[in-house]
Design a protein around this ligand. Structure first.
Ligand SMILES: [Zn+2]
Length: 549
Protein backbone atom coordinates (compact mmCIF):
# COMPACT_ATOMS: atom_id res chain seq x y z
CA UNK A 1 0.00 0.00 0.00
CA UNK A 2 1.44 3.36 -1.00
CA UNK A 3 -0.18 4.95 2.06
CA UNK A 4 2.63 7.32 2.96
CA UNK A 5 3.68 8.41 -0.50
CA UNK A 6 2.32 11.95 -0.20
CA UNK A 7 3.72 12.31 3.28
CA UNK A 8 7.23 11.41 2.06
CA UNK A 9 6.94 13.51 -1.06
CA UNK A 10 5.86 16.63 0.82
CA UNK A 11 8.16 16.27 3.82
CA UNK A 12 9.68 19.72 4.46
CA UNK A 13 13.26 20.29 3.29
CA UNK A 14 13.87 23.54 5.12
CA UNK A 15 12.55 25.36 8.17
CA UNK A 16 10.37 27.62 6.06
CA UNK A 17 8.45 24.66 4.67
CA UNK A 18 7.44 23.41 8.11
CA UNK A 19 3.71 23.81 8.74
CA UNK A 20 2.45 25.67 11.84
CA UNK A 21 5.59 25.37 14.01
CA UNK A 22 6.68 29.02 13.84
CA UNK A 23 7.81 29.44 17.46
CA UNK A 24 9.99 26.34 17.57
CA UNK A 25 11.43 27.05 14.11
CA UNK A 26 12.31 30.60 15.13
CA UNK A 27 14.14 29.51 18.28
CA UNK A 28 16.07 26.76 16.47
CA UNK A 29 17.03 29.08 13.62
CA UNK A 30 18.20 31.81 15.99
CA UNK A 31 20.32 29.32 17.94
CA UNK A 32 21.95 28.23 14.67
CA UNK A 33 22.52 31.83 13.52
CA UNK A 34 24.03 32.76 16.91
CA UNK A 35 25.99 29.53 17.08
CA UNK A 36 24.36 28.66 20.38
CA UNK A 37 22.81 25.26 19.71
CA UNK A 38 22.25 22.92 22.64
CA UNK A 39 23.91 19.57 23.12
CA UNK A 40 20.65 17.69 23.47
CA UNK A 41 17.03 18.41 22.62
CA UNK A 42 13.83 16.66 23.44
CA UNK A 43 10.82 17.12 21.17
CA UNK A 44 7.52 16.07 22.65
CA UNK A 45 4.00 15.94 21.20
CA UNK A 46 1.46 13.66 19.56
CA UNK A 47 2.30 11.82 16.35
CA UNK A 48 2.47 13.64 13.06
CA UNK A 49 3.18 17.07 14.52
CA UNK A 50 6.58 17.50 12.87
CA UNK A 51 9.02 16.27 15.51
CA UNK A 52 11.13 14.04 13.25
CA UNK A 53 10.87 16.39 10.28
CA UNK A 54 12.19 19.29 12.35
CA UNK A 55 14.89 17.12 13.92
CA UNK A 56 16.15 16.25 10.45
CA UNK A 57 16.07 19.82 9.16
CA UNK A 58 17.95 20.92 12.27
CA UNK A 59 20.56 18.16 11.81
CA UNK A 60 20.97 19.09 8.15
CA UNK A 61 21.24 22.82 8.82
CA UNK A 62 23.93 22.61 11.50
CA UNK A 63 26.00 20.56 9.02
CA UNK A 64 25.29 22.79 6.00
CA UNK A 65 28.38 24.49 4.51
CA UNK A 66 26.41 27.51 3.34
CA UNK A 67 23.77 28.28 6.00
CA UNK A 68 21.48 31.07 4.83
CA UNK A 69 19.90 33.00 7.70
CA UNK A 70 19.45 29.82 9.68
CA UNK A 71 18.15 27.81 6.70
CA UNK A 72 19.99 24.93 4.98
CA UNK A 73 21.13 25.72 1.42
CA UNK A 74 20.03 22.27 0.18
CA UNK A 75 22.80 22.52 -2.47
CA UNK A 76 26.14 22.01 -0.75
CA UNK A 77 27.78 18.58 -0.60
CA UNK A 78 26.78 18.09 3.04
CA UNK A 79 23.15 18.96 2.34
CA UNK A 80 23.12 16.62 -0.66
CA UNK A 81 24.78 13.77 1.25
CA UNK A 82 22.61 14.29 4.30
CA UNK A 83 20.00 11.59 3.64
CA UNK A 84 22.61 8.85 3.34
CA UNK A 85 25.31 10.17 5.67
CA UNK A 86 26.51 7.70 8.33
CA UNK A 87 26.86 10.66 10.70
CA UNK A 88 23.10 11.11 10.96
CA UNK A 89 21.90 8.19 13.05
CA UNK A 90 18.19 7.56 13.40
CA UNK A 91 17.18 5.15 16.11
CA UNK A 92 13.68 3.95 16.76
CA UNK A 93 13.73 3.20 20.48
CA UNK A 94 10.51 1.24 20.08
CA UNK A 95 12.51 -1.45 18.31
CA UNK A 96 15.97 -0.78 19.84
CA UNK A 97 15.21 -0.68 23.50
CA UNK A 98 18.04 -3.02 24.48
CA UNK A 99 20.87 -1.82 26.60
CA UNK A 100 23.45 -3.31 24.19
CA UNK A 101 22.33 -1.06 21.35
CA UNK A 102 22.54 1.91 23.64
CA UNK A 103 26.06 0.98 24.86
CA UNK A 104 27.16 0.68 21.26
CA UNK A 105 25.58 4.04 20.56
CA UNK A 106 27.41 5.59 23.48
CA UNK A 107 30.84 4.30 22.48
CA UNK A 108 30.30 5.12 18.79
CA UNK A 109 29.16 8.61 19.62
CA UNK A 110 32.66 9.37 20.93
CA UNK A 111 34.20 8.75 17.52
CA UNK A 112 34.55 11.83 15.34
CA UNK A 113 32.06 12.22 12.48
CA UNK A 114 33.16 10.60 9.25
CA UNK A 115 32.35 13.45 6.90
CA UNK A 116 29.99 15.96 8.48
CA UNK A 117 30.78 18.50 11.18
CA UNK A 118 28.33 17.04 13.66
CA UNK A 119 27.22 13.55 14.40
CA UNK A 120 23.48 13.74 15.16
CA UNK A 121 21.53 11.03 16.95
CA UNK A 122 17.80 11.22 16.43
CA UNK A 123 16.19 8.85 18.90
CA UNK A 124 12.49 8.43 18.22
CA UNK A 125 10.03 7.20 20.86
CA UNK A 126 12.75 7.65 23.47
CA UNK A 127 10.32 6.80 26.30
CA UNK A 128 10.51 3.15 25.17
CA UNK A 129 14.14 2.75 26.28
CA UNK A 130 14.77 0.31 29.13
CA UNK A 131 16.16 1.73 32.36
CA UNK A 132 19.66 0.39 31.75
CA UNK A 133 19.55 1.88 28.25
CA UNK A 134 18.56 5.18 29.84
CA UNK A 135 21.57 4.98 32.12
CA UNK A 136 23.86 4.44 29.15
CA UNK A 137 22.30 7.41 27.35
CA UNK A 138 22.50 9.53 30.49
CA UNK A 139 26.24 8.95 30.63
CA UNK A 140 26.79 10.58 27.21
CA UNK A 141 24.44 13.39 28.04
CA UNK A 142 26.38 14.06 31.25
CA UNK A 143 29.70 14.24 29.43
CA UNK A 144 28.90 16.13 26.25
CA UNK A 145 31.20 15.77 23.27
CA UNK A 146 31.33 18.89 21.10
CA UNK A 147 30.85 17.08 17.78
CA UNK A 148 27.74 15.17 18.88
CA UNK A 149 24.13 16.33 19.12
CA UNK A 150 21.16 14.38 20.45
CA UNK A 151 17.58 14.95 19.43
CA UNK A 152 15.18 12.82 21.41
CA UNK A 153 11.56 12.59 20.35
CA UNK A 154 8.64 11.23 22.33
CA UNK A 155 4.88 11.08 22.35
CA UNK A 156 4.88 10.34 26.08
CA UNK A 157 7.11 12.80 27.88
CA UNK A 158 5.90 11.72 31.34
CA UNK A 159 7.64 8.37 30.82
CA UNK A 160 11.03 9.96 30.22
CA UNK A 161 13.17 10.10 33.43
CA UNK A 162 13.80 13.55 34.86
CA UNK A 163 17.54 12.92 34.81
CA UNK A 164 17.32 12.79 31.00
CA UNK A 165 14.85 15.65 30.70
CA UNK A 166 16.97 17.97 32.81
CA UNK A 167 19.84 17.65 30.35
CA UNK A 168 17.80 18.47 27.27
CA UNK A 169 16.31 21.62 25.83
CA UNK A 170 12.63 20.83 25.57
CA UNK A 171 10.18 21.76 22.81
CA UNK A 172 6.47 20.98 22.99
CA UNK A 173 4.84 20.18 19.66
CA UNK A 174 1.16 20.98 19.91
CA UNK A 175 -1.39 19.62 17.47
CA UNK A 176 -1.25 21.40 14.13
CA UNK A 177 -4.27 23.65 13.60
CA UNK A 178 -7.08 22.46 11.33
CA UNK A 179 -6.72 25.65 9.28
CA UNK A 180 -3.00 25.08 8.64
CA UNK A 181 -3.54 21.42 7.77
CA UNK A 182 -6.36 22.39 5.39
CA UNK A 183 -4.12 25.01 3.75
CA UNK A 184 -1.40 22.42 3.28
CA UNK A 185 -3.85 19.86 1.87
CA UNK A 186 -5.17 22.45 -0.59
CA UNK A 187 -1.63 23.07 -1.86
CA UNK A 188 -0.80 19.39 -2.10
CA UNK A 189 -4.00 18.46 -3.92
CA UNK A 190 -3.44 21.30 -6.38
CA UNK A 191 0.08 20.09 -7.13
CA UNK A 192 -1.07 16.47 -7.36
CA UNK A 193 -4.12 17.44 -9.43
CA UNK A 194 -6.41 15.62 -7.01
CA UNK A 195 -10.06 16.47 -7.64
CA UNK A 196 -11.44 17.38 -4.23
CA UNK A 197 -13.33 20.33 -2.73
CA UNK A 198 -11.80 22.44 0.01
CA UNK A 199 -14.75 21.55 2.21
CA UNK A 200 -13.77 17.86 2.09
CA UNK A 201 -10.12 18.75 2.75
CA UNK A 202 -11.21 20.62 5.85
CA UNK A 203 -13.04 17.52 7.06
CA UNK A 204 -9.89 15.45 6.44
CA UNK A 205 -7.95 17.97 8.51
CA UNK A 206 -10.52 17.62 11.30
CA UNK A 207 -10.34 13.85 11.19
CA UNK A 208 -6.54 13.89 11.33
CA UNK A 209 -6.80 15.68 14.69
CA UNK A 210 -3.68 17.82 14.42
CA UNK A 211 -1.49 15.27 12.66
CA UNK A 212 -0.24 16.40 9.27
CA UNK A 213 1.10 12.93 8.53
CA UNK A 214 -2.30 11.34 9.10
CA UNK A 215 -4.02 14.03 7.04
CA UNK A 216 -1.76 13.35 4.04
CA UNK A 217 -2.20 9.60 4.56
CA UNK A 218 -5.99 9.96 4.42
CA UNK A 219 -5.79 12.13 1.30
CA UNK A 220 -3.49 9.57 -0.25
CA UNK A 221 -5.84 6.71 0.42
CA UNK A 222 -8.93 8.55 -0.84
CA UNK A 223 -7.31 9.78 -4.04
CA UNK A 224 -6.24 6.37 -5.33
CA UNK A 225 -8.30 6.59 -8.49
CA UNK A 226 -8.89 9.45 -10.90
CA UNK A 227 -12.39 10.22 -9.71
CA UNK A 228 -13.32 13.25 -7.67
CA UNK A 229 -13.09 12.65 -3.92
CA UNK A 230 -16.45 13.25 -2.24
CA UNK A 231 -17.37 13.75 1.40
CA UNK A 232 -19.18 10.44 1.26
CA UNK A 233 -15.94 8.63 0.41
CA UNK A 234 -14.37 10.02 3.56
CA UNK A 235 -17.38 9.09 5.67
CA UNK A 236 -17.50 5.53 4.36
CA UNK A 237 -13.78 4.75 4.28
CA UNK A 238 -13.00 6.15 7.70
CA UNK A 239 -16.39 5.75 9.47
CA UNK A 240 -16.24 9.49 9.76
CA UNK A 241 -19.02 11.85 10.71
CA UNK A 242 -18.82 15.14 8.81
CA UNK A 243 -19.74 18.57 10.18
CA UNK A 244 -22.80 18.62 7.91
CA UNK A 245 -24.05 15.44 9.54
CA UNK A 246 -23.44 16.91 13.00
CA UNK A 247 -25.39 20.04 12.04
CA UNK A 248 -28.24 17.90 10.79
CA UNK A 249 -28.27 15.74 13.90
CA UNK A 250 -28.29 18.77 16.22
CA UNK A 251 -31.07 20.37 14.20
CA UNK A 252 -33.18 17.24 14.40
CA UNK A 253 -32.64 17.08 18.17
CA UNK A 254 -33.52 20.75 18.62
CA UNK A 255 -36.67 20.36 16.57
CA UNK A 256 -37.58 17.35 18.65
CA UNK A 257 -37.98 15.20 15.56
CA UNK A 258 -37.64 11.81 17.20
CA UNK A 259 -38.10 9.72 14.04
CA UNK A 260 -35.42 11.56 12.11
CA UNK A 261 -33.12 11.46 15.11
CA UNK A 262 -33.40 7.68 15.37
CA UNK A 263 -32.87 7.36 11.62
CA UNK A 264 -29.69 9.46 11.76
CA UNK A 265 -28.33 7.54 14.74
CA UNK A 266 -28.99 4.26 12.94
CA UNK A 267 -27.08 5.48 9.90
CA UNK A 268 -24.12 6.31 12.12
CA UNK A 269 -24.20 2.89 13.74
CA UNK A 270 -24.32 1.30 10.29
CA UNK A 271 -21.13 2.97 9.10
CA UNK A 272 -19.50 2.23 12.46
CA UNK A 273 -18.92 5.81 13.59
CA UNK A 274 -17.00 6.00 16.84
CA UNK A 275 -19.37 7.18 19.52
CA UNK A 276 -16.71 9.28 21.24
CA UNK A 277 -15.94 11.09 18.00
CA UNK A 278 -19.66 11.74 17.60
CA UNK A 279 -20.04 13.17 21.11
CA UNK A 280 -16.89 15.28 20.85
CA UNK A 281 -17.96 16.76 17.56
CA UNK A 282 -21.42 17.54 18.91
CA UNK A 283 -19.95 19.21 21.99
CA UNK A 284 -17.53 21.25 19.89
CA UNK A 285 -20.28 22.40 17.59
CA UNK A 286 -22.55 23.42 20.48
CA UNK A 287 -19.64 25.21 22.14
CA UNK A 288 -18.83 27.12 18.96
CA UNK A 289 -22.44 28.20 18.71
CA UNK A 290 -22.39 29.49 22.28
CA UNK A 291 -19.32 31.63 21.53
CA UNK A 292 -21.14 33.08 18.55
CA UNK A 293 -24.26 33.80 20.58
CA UNK A 294 -22.66 35.29 23.68
CA UNK A 295 -24.43 38.60 23.53
CA UNK A 296 -27.67 37.72 21.92
CA UNK A 297 -29.72 34.58 22.32
CA UNK A 298 -30.04 33.57 25.97
CA UNK A 299 -32.51 30.77 25.37
CA UNK A 300 -30.29 29.10 22.80
CA UNK A 301 -27.24 29.42 25.07
CA UNK A 302 -29.18 27.73 27.89
CA UNK A 303 -30.29 25.01 25.52
CA UNK A 304 -26.77 24.35 24.21
CA UNK A 305 -25.38 24.33 27.73
CA UNK A 306 -27.94 21.72 28.84
CA UNK A 307 -27.17 19.52 25.85
CA UNK A 308 -23.40 19.81 26.39
CA UNK A 309 -23.79 18.78 30.04
CA UNK A 310 -25.91 15.80 28.99
CA UNK A 311 -23.30 14.75 26.41
CA UNK A 312 -20.46 15.03 28.92
CA UNK A 313 -22.44 12.92 31.40
CA UNK A 314 -23.14 10.34 28.68
CA UNK A 315 -19.47 10.25 27.74
CA UNK A 316 -18.60 9.32 31.32
CA UNK A 317 -21.10 6.45 31.47
CA UNK A 318 -20.16 5.13 28.02
CA UNK A 319 -16.95 3.64 29.42
CA UNK A 320 -18.92 1.21 31.55
CA UNK A 321 -21.45 0.06 28.97
CA UNK A 322 -21.27 -2.54 26.21
CA UNK A 323 -23.76 -0.65 24.05
CA UNK A 324 -22.68 2.98 23.98
CA UNK A 325 -25.01 3.91 21.13
CA UNK A 326 -28.04 2.69 23.03
CA UNK A 327 -27.00 4.80 25.99
CA UNK A 328 -26.53 7.97 23.99
CA UNK A 329 -29.76 7.31 22.11
CA UNK A 330 -31.79 6.98 25.29
CA UNK A 331 -30.15 9.97 26.94
CA UNK A 332 -30.83 12.22 23.97
CA UNK A 333 -34.39 10.94 23.63
CA UNK A 334 -35.13 11.83 27.26
CA UNK A 335 -33.52 15.21 26.63
CA UNK A 336 -35.80 15.84 23.65
CA UNK A 337 -38.88 14.83 25.62
CA UNK A 338 -37.86 16.96 28.59
CA UNK A 339 -37.34 20.00 26.36
CA UNK A 340 -40.70 19.39 24.70
CA UNK A 341 -42.30 19.31 28.14
CA UNK A 342 -40.70 22.65 28.95
CA UNK A 343 -41.88 24.07 25.68
CA UNK A 344 -45.46 23.06 26.47
CA UNK A 345 -45.30 24.78 29.82
CA UNK A 346 -43.87 27.86 28.15
CA UNK A 347 -46.63 27.85 25.58
CA UNK A 348 -49.25 27.68 28.31
CA UNK A 349 -47.60 30.57 30.10
CA UNK A 350 -47.57 32.61 26.95
CA UNK A 351 -51.23 32.11 26.21
CA UNK A 352 -52.11 33.25 29.71
CA UNK A 353 -49.80 36.22 29.39
CA UNK A 354 -51.45 37.41 26.20
CA UNK A 355 -54.91 37.22 27.73
CA UNK A 356 -53.83 38.99 30.90
CA UNK A 357 -52.48 41.76 28.78
CA UNK A 358 -55.77 41.97 26.99
CA UNK A 359 -57.84 42.19 30.14
CA UNK A 360 -55.70 44.39 32.29
CA UNK A 361 -54.54 46.55 29.40
CA UNK A 362 -51.19 48.21 29.00
CA UNK A 363 -51.34 50.02 32.35
CA UNK A 364 -50.12 46.80 33.83
CA UNK A 365 -46.99 46.81 31.70
CA UNK A 366 -46.26 50.35 32.76
CA UNK A 367 -46.79 49.52 36.38
CA UNK A 368 -44.13 46.88 36.29
CA UNK A 369 -41.71 49.36 34.87
CA UNK A 370 -42.53 52.02 37.40
CA UNK A 371 -41.85 49.52 40.16
CA UNK A 372 -38.49 48.78 38.64
CA UNK A 373 -37.66 52.46 38.34
CA UNK A 374 -38.50 53.14 41.97
CA UNK A 375 -36.30 50.31 42.93
CA UNK A 376 -33.36 51.77 41.05
CA UNK A 377 -33.90 55.22 42.48
CA UNK A 378 -33.85 53.77 45.94
CA UNK A 379 -30.59 52.03 45.22
CA UNK A 380 -29.10 55.18 43.78
CA UNK A 381 -29.97 57.06 46.94
CA UNK A 382 -28.35 54.43 49.06
CA UNK A 383 -24.69 55.41 49.17
CA UNK A 384 -23.44 51.97 50.20
CA UNK A 385 -24.95 50.53 47.03
CA UNK A 386 -23.48 53.16 44.80
CA UNK A 387 -20.48 51.14 43.66
CA UNK A 388 -22.77 48.47 42.33
CA UNK A 389 -24.74 50.99 40.38
CA UNK A 390 -23.22 50.71 36.89
CA UNK A 391 -23.70 46.94 36.88
CA UNK A 392 -27.29 47.29 37.98
CA UNK A 393 -27.96 49.76 35.22
CA UNK A 394 -26.27 47.69 32.58
CA UNK A 395 -28.39 44.72 33.67
CA UNK A 396 -31.38 46.97 33.43
CA UNK A 397 -30.56 47.95 29.86
CA UNK A 398 -30.02 44.30 28.96
CA UNK A 399 -33.42 43.40 30.46
CA UNK A 400 -34.98 46.28 28.64
CA UNK A 401 -33.51 45.22 25.28
CA UNK A 402 -34.71 41.67 25.82
CA UNK A 403 -38.18 42.84 26.84
CA UNK A 404 -38.34 45.25 23.90
CA UNK A 405 -37.32 42.45 21.53
CA UNK A 406 -40.06 40.17 22.87
CA UNK A 407 -42.69 42.88 22.64
CA UNK A 408 -41.69 43.88 19.12
CA UNK A 409 -41.77 40.29 17.88
CA UNK A 410 -45.18 39.88 19.50
CA UNK A 411 -46.48 43.13 18.02
CA UNK A 412 -45.13 42.39 14.58
CA UNK A 413 -46.80 38.97 14.58
CA UNK A 414 -50.00 40.60 15.83
CA UNK A 415 -50.35 42.64 12.65
CA UNK A 416 -48.25 40.64 10.18
CA UNK A 417 -49.43 39.69 6.72
CA UNK A 418 -47.85 38.19 3.65
CA UNK A 419 -48.83 41.19 1.49
CA UNK A 420 -47.14 43.68 3.80
CA UNK A 421 -44.09 41.45 3.99
CA UNK A 422 -43.75 41.22 0.20
CA UNK A 423 -44.03 44.97 -0.05
CA UNK A 424 -41.48 45.54 2.73
CA UNK A 425 -39.00 43.08 1.23
CA UNK A 426 -38.63 45.29 -1.84
CA UNK A 427 -38.69 48.52 0.22
CA UNK A 428 -35.96 47.15 2.47
CA UNK A 429 -33.83 46.19 -0.50
CA UNK A 430 -34.17 49.65 -2.04
CA UNK A 431 -33.37 51.16 1.34
CA UNK A 432 -30.15 49.15 1.64
CA UNK A 433 -29.14 49.97 -1.94
CA UNK A 434 -29.64 53.61 -1.10
CA UNK A 435 -27.51 53.30 2.05
CA UNK A 436 -24.61 52.19 -0.10
CA UNK A 437 -24.23 55.80 -1.23
CA UNK A 438 -25.68 57.68 1.72
CA UNK A 439 -24.32 55.83 4.77
CA UNK A 440 -21.54 53.31 4.20
CA UNK A 441 -21.43 52.28 7.85
CA UNK A 442 -25.12 51.39 8.05
CA UNK A 443 -24.84 49.77 4.64
CA UNK A 444 -22.13 47.38 5.75
CA UNK A 445 -24.24 46.42 8.78
CA UNK A 446 -27.49 45.88 6.90
CA UNK A 447 -26.08 44.54 3.63
CA UNK A 448 -26.89 40.89 4.35
CA UNK A 449 -30.03 41.45 6.39
CA UNK A 450 -33.38 40.02 5.38
CA UNK A 451 -37.00 40.94 6.10
CA UNK A 452 -38.66 37.96 7.80
CA UNK A 453 -42.00 39.35 8.93
CA UNK A 454 -43.77 42.68 8.62
CA UNK A 455 -46.83 44.46 9.91
CA UNK A 456 -47.81 48.06 9.20
CA UNK A 457 -45.82 49.28 12.18
CA UNK A 458 -43.20 46.59 12.76
CA UNK A 459 -40.50 44.82 10.83
CA UNK A 460 -38.54 41.73 11.88
CA UNK A 461 -35.18 41.62 10.14
CA UNK A 462 -32.66 38.80 10.37
CA UNK A 463 -28.93 38.75 9.71
CA UNK A 464 -26.62 35.76 9.36
CA UNK A 465 -23.81 36.87 11.67
CA UNK A 466 -24.23 37.25 15.42
CA UNK A 467 -21.72 40.09 15.66
CA UNK A 468 -23.69 42.00 13.05
CA UNK A 469 -26.88 41.63 15.10
CA UNK A 470 -25.27 43.27 18.12
CA UNK A 471 -24.31 46.26 15.97
CA UNK A 472 -27.73 46.38 14.36
CA UNK A 473 -29.51 46.30 17.73
CA UNK A 474 -27.30 49.14 18.99
CA UNK A 475 -28.09 51.16 15.88
CA UNK A 476 -31.82 50.39 15.74
CA UNK A 477 -32.96 53.99 16.21
CA UNK A 478 -30.42 55.26 13.73
CA UNK A 479 -31.62 52.78 11.12
CA UNK A 480 -35.27 53.58 11.84
CA UNK A 481 -34.53 57.26 11.28
CA UNK A 482 -32.68 56.54 8.04
CA UNK A 483 -35.56 54.36 6.86
CA UNK A 484 -38.07 57.12 7.61
CA UNK A 485 -35.99 59.65 5.70
CA UNK A 486 -35.76 57.28 2.77
CA UNK A 487 -39.31 55.98 2.53
CA UNK A 488 -41.37 58.46 4.55
CA UNK A 489 -42.69 55.53 6.59
CA UNK A 490 -42.15 55.28 10.34
CA UNK A 491 -41.39 51.69 11.21
CA UNK A 492 -40.19 49.94 14.37
CA UNK A 493 -37.43 47.43 13.80
CA UNK A 494 -36.49 44.22 15.53
CA UNK A 495 -33.22 42.50 14.60
CA UNK A 496 -32.70 38.77 15.11
CA UNK A 497 -30.05 36.23 14.14
CA UNK A 498 -31.06 33.52 11.68
CA UNK A 499 -31.23 31.01 14.51
CA UNK A 500 -33.33 33.27 16.72
CA UNK A 501 -35.71 33.84 13.85
CA UNK A 502 -36.04 30.09 13.29
CA UNK A 503 -37.01 29.66 16.93
CA UNK A 504 -39.47 32.56 16.91
CA UNK A 505 -41.00 31.43 13.64
CA UNK A 506 -41.54 27.89 14.91
CA UNK A 507 -43.06 29.18 18.12
CA UNK A 508 -45.36 31.42 16.09
CA UNK A 509 -46.48 28.50 13.91
CA UNK A 510 -47.09 26.37 17.02
CA UNK A 511 -49.10 29.13 18.63
CA UNK A 512 -51.21 29.75 15.56
CA UNK A 513 -51.92 26.01 15.36
CA UNK A 514 -53.03 26.12 18.99
CA UNK A 515 -55.26 29.12 18.35
CA UNK A 516 -53.20 31.42 20.49
CA UNK A 517 -53.74 34.94 19.24
CA UNK A 518 -51.15 37.69 19.20
CA UNK A 519 -52.33 41.03 20.55
CA UNK A 520 -50.33 44.22 20.23
CA UNK A 521 -49.04 45.48 23.58
CA UNK A 522 -47.32 48.67 24.67
CA UNK A 523 -43.55 48.80 24.42
CA UNK A 524 -41.54 48.94 27.68
CA UNK A 525 -40.29 52.32 28.77
CA UNK A 526 -36.65 53.05 27.95
CA UNK A 527 -34.29 52.48 30.90
CA UNK A 528 -32.80 55.53 32.49
CA UNK A 529 -29.32 54.87 31.28
CA UNK A 530 -28.52 58.56 31.08
CA UNK A 531 -30.52 59.48 34.12
CA UNK A 532 -27.71 61.35 35.86
CA UNK A 533 -26.91 63.46 32.85
CA UNK A 534 -30.61 63.95 32.24
CA UNK A 535 -31.20 65.01 35.84
CA UNK A 536 -28.46 67.58 35.53
CA UNK A 537 -29.91 68.81 32.30
CA UNK A 538 -33.38 69.05 33.81
CA UNK A 539 -31.92 71.09 36.66
CA UNK A 540 -30.38 73.44 34.16
CA UNK A 541 -33.00 73.71 31.46
CA UNK A 542 -36.26 72.46 32.91
CA UNK A 543 -38.07 69.22 32.27
CA UNK A 544 -39.83 70.17 29.03
CA UNK A 545 -36.68 70.52 27.02
CA UNK A 546 -35.28 67.09 27.84
CA UNK A 547 -36.29 63.99 25.99
CA UNK A 548 -34.88 61.07 27.90
CA UNK A 549 -33.95 58.24 25.57
ZN1 LIG B 1 23.96 23.14 2.56
Amino acid sequence: MNYKVLYRKYRPNSFKEVVDRDNIVEILKQSIINNKTAHAYIFTGVRGTGKTSLAKIFAKTINCLDIQEGEPCNKCENCLAFETSPDIIEIDAASNNGVDEMRELVSNSRLVPSSLQYKVYIIDEVHMLSSSAYNALLKTLEEPVSHVKFILATTEIHKVPLTILSRCQRFDFFKISTEKITEHLVNVSKKEKIKIDKKVLKEIAELSDGSLRDALGILDQLSNNEEKVELEDLEKTFSYISSDKIDLLLKVIEEGNINLFLEEINNLIKIGTDVNMLINKMINKLKEEIYGLLRSNNLKIEYNKDLILLLIESQKSIKSTTNPYLLIEINILSFILEKQGNKLTKKEEMSTKVYIKKEEDSANVNKVNIDKDENIEQKTKNKVEQEKEPIEKEENIKDYNLELKKVRINNCFAGASKEIKNEMVSHWKEFIDNLQDSNAQLFSMTEHSKVEAASKKYLIVSAPVNGAIKLLVDQTEEIEKAFKTFSGTKIKLCFLTDTEWEIEKNEYIDNIKNNIKYIEVEEPKTPKKNQKAADMAIDLFGEDSIDIR
